[in-house]
Design a binder for this molecule. Structure first.
Ligand SMILES: [Zn+2]
Length: 407
C-alpha cells in the first residue's frame, strides 16, 4: 500500500484524546485504530505485533542476517489527535497547489492563504492533502504512523536492505501529555529511538523546554465595602498586583527560539480568595529555577506588605529538556542529518517550544530525538501535508535504519 493511501485511511478513524478523562487510553476509540494497526503490522511480517490493554501498539521487525548485533532502533508515533479541533468525519482532499489561496470550506470561507501561511510557497506545483475546513487533518501524528508502517513494509519487502532489529511503537494520548506514561520501555527493547512527530520536512529536534507550573493562592479578607477602610484585603487586587510584578515582555506572545516565559493561563477568585495558574518555561534548568524563584520573591514581597501567609506559591516540576540525555548519543543526530541529506532534505534543527513524549522517554532511559512528519499547521482546520513529504519521510526512515555495509 502507498503511504498516502495508508495515511488517508488512518485519518478516517476518529482518535481524539480527552484531557478530562482519567481512563487509559483517555478515549476508547483510540483502540479501534490501535487494533487495526496491530493487525496491519502482523500482516507486514512484524513479530509479536499487538496492542496492550492501555492501547499501546508494539511490533518488531527482526534484523537481517548478519545485522543481529546492531543495537535495536525504535520508531515511535502517536495515534491520537488534539482535543483542540474535531477529528471526527475528517474529509481530506488532495489539491494541486498553484500558489493561490485554497478555500477549504466555501460556506464559512475558511481558507489556506499563502499570506498567512508563508511556508505554502514552498509547495507550488505539489499535491497537498488539506481538510474541508471543519476538522483537523490528523497529520499530527497519523503521518508519522503511516510513514513508519510504510518504511517497515518497504524493509520487509526488500530483505536485501541490511538493518538491525527495529522496534515499532504507537502510543495513545500524546496530545494530553500522557503518551509516554504507559510506554513499556523495557519490553520495547530498543537502545535508542526516534519519535516521528514533528512539522515540515527537515525539522529535527533534540531540545525542548524545561517546564514547571506555579499555582499562586491569595488569601484575602472580605468586609462590607462600605466599612472596609484599612480592613479589607482584596484577594483579587493582590493577585492583580502579583501579575503586575512579572516582567511584561516575558510572555509567550513576546518570545521565540530559546527565550523562556511566564504564562498566566488561568485566574479566578473573589475578595476572599484568588488563584493564578502559571506555566513557566525555559531551556535551561538554571533559567527555570530563576523563574520559580521570581514567583517566590513576589509572594514574599506581597506578604511583607499584606501579612505573612497572604500569598502562597506551589511549584510543580512538569518535564525537562532532553538535550542532556541526547548529548551522550549525538550519533543519533548525525544519522538523522545524514539520512535527510541523502534524500535531498536540508535538516533544520530547532528547539521544541513544548514537551514531547520523546523527552519523557529520554529521561526514562530511551534516548529519543524527534523527526519531522512533513505536515504543517497542526491542531486546527488549516492542517495540511504535501504528498511528496509523506513519501520522502518513508525514504528517510528507510535510510535511517539501513546499516552501511562498505563492500
Ligand atoms: Zn504530535
Amino acid at each position: 500500500m502507498q503511504v498516502t493511501e495508508r495515511f488517508l485511511h488512518y485519518v478516517s478513524y476518529d482518535t481524539q484524546s480527552d484531557e478530562d478523562s482519567t481512563d487509559s487510553p483517555s478515549t476508547a476509540k483510540q483502540k479501534v485504530l490501535g487494533a487495526a494497526l496491530a493487525e496491519e503490522l502482523t500482516a507486514i511480517g512484524l513479530q509479536n505485533a499487538h496492542m496492550d490493554e492501555k492501547g499501546y501498539v508494539y511490533g518488531w521487525l527482526p534484523a537481517t542476517p548478519g545485522c543481529e548485533g546492531v543495537p535495536c532502533m525504535g520508531l515511535i508515533a502517536h495515534m491520537d489527535t488534539s482535543p483542540s479541533a474535531s477529528g471526527a468525519n475528517v474529509k481530506p482532499r488532495i489539491v494541486r497547489y498553484e500558489g493561490e489561496t485554497i478555500v477549504l470550506d466555501p460556506e464559512t470561507g475558511v481558507s489556506l492563504d499563502p499570506k498567512e501561511f508563508e511556508s505554502l510557497s514552498r509547495y507550488i506545483g505539489k499535491d497537498l492533502i488539506v481538510t474541508d475546513g471543519k476538522t483537523l487533518l490528523g497529520a499530527d501524528d497519523k503521518a508519522g504512523v503511516a510513514e513508519i508502517v510504510s518504511a517497515v513494509e518497504h524493509l520487509a519487502l526488500h530483505p536485501e536492505i541490511p538493518h538491525g532489529r527495529i522496534a515499532v511503537g504507537f502510543t495513545p494520548d500524546e496530545e494530553v501529555g500522557r503518551g509516554s506514561d504507559g510506554f513499556d520501555v523495557e519490553g520495547f527493547g530498543a537502545a535508542v529511538a526516534y519519535t516521528v512527530d514533528g512539522g515540515e520536512l527537515g525539522e529535527l529536534n533534540y531540545e525542548n523546554f524545561d517546564a514547571s507550573k506555579g499555582v499562586v493562592t491569595v488569601h484575602g479578607v472580605n468586609i462590607h465595602p462600605g466599612s472596609a477602610k484599612n480592613k479589607m484585603k482584596n484577594a483579587l487586587l493582590i493577585a492583580h498586583s502579583f501579575v503586575g510584578q512579572l516582567p511584561a515582555e516575558e510572555t509567550p506572545a513576546h518570545t521565540e527560539g530559546y527565550e523562556g516565559f511566564y504564562h498566566l493561563g488561568y485566574a479566578a477568585g473573589d475578595e476572599t480568595t484568588a488563584e493564578l495558574h502559571f506555566i513557566l518555561r525555559d531551556f535551561t534548568r538554571e533559567g527555570l529555577e530563576q523563574r520559580e524563584e521570581t514567583l517566590r520573591t513576589i509572594a514574599a514581597r506581597l506578604n511583607d506588605q499584606w501579612g505573612e501567609g497572604t500569598v502562597e506559591v506551589t511549584i510543580t516540576e512538569q518535564y525537562a529538556n532532553m538535550r542532556e540525555k541526547i548529548e551522550p548519543h549525538m550519533y543519533l543526530i548525525l544519522k538523522a542529518r545524514a539520512a535527510m541529506e541523502a534524500c535531498g532534505i536540508t535538516p533544520e534543527e530547532s528547539p521544541i517550544r513544548g514537551g514531547t513524549d520523546g523527552a519523557r522517554l529520554s529521561f526514562r532511559g530511551l534516548p529519543c530525538p524527534n523527526l519531522c512528519t512533513g505536515g504543517a499547521n497542526f491542531h486546527g482546520v488549516h492542517e495540511y501535508i504535501p504528498v511528496f513529504a509523506l513519501e520522502k519521510m518513508v525514504e528517510v526512515l528507510v535510510r535511517l535504519v539501513t546499516v552501511e555495509t562498505h563492500e
